[in-house]
Structures are given as structure tokens and as C-alpha cells.
Design a protein around this ligand. Structure first.
Ligand SMILES: *Cc1c(COP(=O)(O)O)cnc(C)c1O
Length: 357
């Protein structure tokens, strides 16, 4: 198999060592003689995997004992309703920042449960920037943000300081940079962008924030259910959690989030540099809000789109077609993507502009 440069937005590239170790575990899990997907989740070997995944999740982000970490199912999309179920009091109000499709979906779910104030939105400019000057009502139960807008290629580069509890959807940039978790009450991320395969969602919950909404929360949607049973209330998604832990081990082995952040910045800079200097291309996101994870760009002459995709295909570059709501191209530069793959894309863009420029 020739090497494919995998720029997919999600499910997405994972470290090869994590894939190899997962294949091994599918054949013989922890020397049990059984496949990982055929043993009880209560087996001590799997309980050890779960414990390690939680410990590694905490270690990589420097999370203290004042937070719980759980691995559950339903994707980030289920978090859109779990957050208000657990944190928006009956008759209370929640504040949201609308920075894209996922934020919009989160808002829609919260609106089903209560009063939502969208403090700012960049929808009118097709979400090509992140609004900056807005005020959050002091009586909001929480403020919900999407730290990285996977589809539009914008990203909040710093942890916000706000006047109410902060909740973040970090599905597509979790562990891509150091985060001061103490600034957040709750962080969630579907695994399939930056930390694993589809099938599990990681949630970081500050202790002491639950049980205050006055709602009768369905058992499976109640964070307390999963926290009390250490993500084993019902059968956990054993395989995705195993792969997530292998990805965490890989990230630790290369120096953790500080190191990956340097590499991620270098990868993004290499590509944005080419986008800005190549006369055929232009970026779609406001420069100061450009994501280091999902780089969105277009050909100034979009009648060349199919030709460029052909060029990419011939160079073993995969997953580059843009989301239909932005068009053009999107290169996802998640943690596991090597800088060599970015260079391969840059080389293709240069060859393309030699031919068509
Ligand atoms: C992909 C994505 C989602 C949706 O995740 P699912 O796990 O498919 O529900 C939500 N938020 C962000 C930022 C995403 O990138």
C-alpha cells in the first residue's frame, strides 16, 4: 500500500502505532488469548485500560482531582442536549456563541430545554470569523463555545475569561494545544477528530456543578450516572476507548501537548504561507481566527476545482475536498498528521500553479 496523506476532517488520521497496537489487541488483548472486542468490560484487563485512559487524559491536560473525566457514547451531538439537561435550570437562561454549524446545532438543542441567548454570531458572513465584542448576561447559567469550527476553519486560540461558567465543545482541537482546564466547567469532545475512532465522547466535568437544575434527567443523559460508575454504568465502547488510550500514550511519548502544539503551529504556518503566496489560492477564514486544525481555502477560479482534486489524488493526497457549506478545500491537520504530508500538499499546490497559473 503506498503512503496516503490523510487530510480527512473526521473520522481522521490516527498515529500508526495506535492502529498497530489496536490491531494486536483485536487479535490478543493483553495476553488474555482473547480479542479485545470479545471480553467482558468488567475484566480486570479492560478496567485497567479505562483507568489508564482517564489517567492519561488528566495527565496530558494537567487536570486535577477537582474534575471527573468520563468516556460515553452518542457523539458530540448528544452533548448538545446533555449540557442543558444537566446545567440549565428550569426557567434559567444559557448563553451561546454561534460560530458555525456545530454551535448552531448546540443552540437548537438548548432551545428545546430553556431560554437561550445567542450573544453573538458570525452567520451573516458564513462563519468566517469568531465574534469578539459581546457581553454575556450575568444571570446565564453558562456560556457555551465551540473552540474550533471544523467546517469553517476558525479557532479560538486562547482560553476565554468570562463572567459565567464556561462550557466548550473541543471536538476538533482537543489536545492540539495546552488548555487551562481550570477556566472551564465542562469540556466535551467526540473522539473521531483528534483522539480516536468514532464511538466515544470524552467529557471533562468540574466537580460540584451537577444536580442543580431541578430537572428529572433521563438516566443515560445524566452525567452523574456515568461519573458514579466510572463510565461503566452500561457497556462502554471498549474498542474506541482502547484506541483513545493508545493515542494518548503516543502523544505522551512525543512530549505531550506542548510539543504537539509547536508541531501543529509549524504545519499550519507551512500551509497558510502557501495559500497566501500562491496566486491561484486564497484562504476563507479571517486571518486572526485561522484554525491550526482545519485549513479552509479555495481556488480563486473555481472552475479549476476538479483539476486540483485530480492533482491531489495523483499525489496520494486524500480527504481534501471542502465541506459543502464552504466549498473549495479543507485540509485537516490533526495531531497525527506528519508535517511531511503538509509539505506534499504544498508541493502539489506549487506544481498546480506552475501549470495553471
Ligand atoms: C464533528 C463535530 C461535532 C459532531 O460530532 P459527532 O460526534 O458526530 O456528534 C460536534 N462539534 C464539533 C466541533 C465537531 O467537529
Amino acid at each position: 500500500m503506498s503512503k496516503i496523506h490523510n487530510f480527512s476532517a473526521g473520522p481522521a488520521i490516527l498515529p500508526q502505532v495506535a492502529i498497530d497496537n489496536s490491531i494486536e489487541a483485536l487479535k490478543d488483548f493483553a495476553e488474555t488469548g482473547l480479542s479485545l472486542i470479545t471480553v467482558s468490560h468488567r475484566a480486570k484487563e479492560f478496567v485497567a485500560v479505562m483507568d489508564q485512559a482517564v489517567a492519561n487524559a488528566k495527565e496530558l491536560f494537567g487536570i486535577g482531582d477537582d474534575y471527573d473525566v468520563i468516556f460515553i457514547q452518542g457523539g458530540a451531538s448528544t452533548q448538545f442536549c446533555m449540557v442543558p439537561f444537566n446545567l440549565l435550570p428550569i426557567n434559567g437562561k444559557a448563553a451561546y456563541l454561534n460560530t458555525g454549524t456545530w454551535a448552531t446545532n448546540a443552540i437548537k438543542e438548548a432551545e428545546k430545554l430553556g431560554n437561550v441567548e445567542v450573544v453573538a454570531s458570525s452567520e451573516e458572513s458564513n462563519f468566517n470569523f469568531i465574534p469578539k465584542n459581546y457581553s454575556i448576561p450575568n444571570d446565564a447559567a453558562y456560556f457555551h463555545i465551540t473552540t474550533n469550527n471544523t467546517i469553517y476553519g476558525t479557532e479560538l486560540h486562547e482560553d476565554l475569561d468570562v463572567n459565567v461558567p464556561l462550557i466548550a465543545d473541543m471536538s476538533s482541537d482537543i489536545y492540539s494545544r495546552p488548555v487551562d482546564v481550570s477556566k472551564y466547567d465542562l469540556i466535551y469532545a467526540g473522539a473521531q477528530k483528534n483522539i480516536g475512532p468514532a464511538g466515544t465522547t470524552m467529557v471533562i466535568v468540574k466537580k460540584g456543578i451537577l444536580g442543580k437544575t431541578g430537572r428529572n434527567i433521563p438516566t443515560m443523559l445524566n452525567y452523574e450516572t456515568h461519573i458514579k460508575k466510572e463510565s461503566m454504568f452500561n457497556t462502554p465502547p471498549v474498542f474506541p476507548i482502547f484506541v483513545v488510550n493508545e493515542t494518548f500514550k503516543w502523544l505522551k511519548s512525543i512530549g505531550g501537548v506542548e510539543e504537539i502544539y509547536k508541531l501543529n503551529k509549524a504545519k499550519a504556518q507551512l500551509l497558510y504561507n502557501e495559500i497566501d503566496n500562491n496566486p491561484l489560492f486564497k484562504g476563507t477564514a479571517a486571518v486572526e481566527d485561522r484554525s491550526i486544525m482545519n485549513v479552509t481555502f479555495v481556488l480563486k477560479n473555481d472552475s479549476l476545482d476538479a483539476d486540483f482534486l485530480d492533482y491531489c489524488k495523483n499525489a496520494n493526497i486524500s480527504g481534501i475536498k471542502g465541506h459543502r457549506s464552504v466549498g473549495g478545500f479543507r485540509a485537516s491537520l490533526y495531531n497525527a498528521l506528519p508535517i511531511e504530508s503538509v509539505q506534499a500538499l504544498v508541493d502539489v499546490m506549487q506544481a498546480f500553479s506552475q501549470k495553471f497559473g
